[in-house]
Every structure is written in C-alpha cells, then in structure tokens.
Design a protein. Sequence first.
Length: 128
Amino acid sequence: MSRGKRLRLRVLHEENFVRRYCGGRADRVPEHGATNTDDAGSRTGAEMTETTKQRAPGGLQTAGRALWSKITGTYLLDPRELEVLTHACRQADDLAALEESIAEHGRRIDTPNGPRLNSAIPEARLAR
C-alpha cells in the first residue's frame, strides 16, 4: 500500500471518529489518554471519587497493588483496559518475586557442575 493511500485512510478514520464520538465537532476530540465524556454525564478522571475507583483483583501482591492504585487513582478505565492493567499488575508481581530471588540467592548459584548464572536473571530481563 502506498504512503499516500495509508495517509488518506488515516484521515478518513479520524474523520469517522470525530463524526461518531464527538458529534462532528473536532474541538470535542478527547486528548490522548484522557477519559471520554459525553452529554449523558460520564465521569472524568478529575470527577472520580473513592467510591468509583475500581477494586484490585484478588491475588495481587505489593508491587501489583501499587501499580493498580497508581493507574486507577488517575484514570477511569473501561473493562478492556482493566483487563490489560490486571495482566500488567500480575507481571509486576512476578518481576518483584524474581528480583527478590536474585537478591536472596545472588547472581551466581553453585551447582555440582560449578557456578552458574541464577536462572531468575534472564527471566527478570524478559519480564521488564
């Protein structure tokens, strides 16, 4: 696909977005990362209260709960975004556990075949 055709498709996509979600007015397009508002009274991130914050899923440890609180305290997320955040929080917990293991056992582990690199190091690298 040519660059010109991709550009035209992107412009059409943006025009459709403005028509569908912003009532045809470009001045109502939300900024990237902003929460959507509509005339029906949707809450924005600034209007969120403690009662509207989403609850953290069960099983999260300290690192995951900290990430959850930081994100949900700032943004009002839809269900898809909450699912992605849940996975990110679990990943943060896994990384914290790997880093704790590295701190406890060190970078090298003595084995019958001699010293070896702690297997948590490459796992932590992949988790970052």
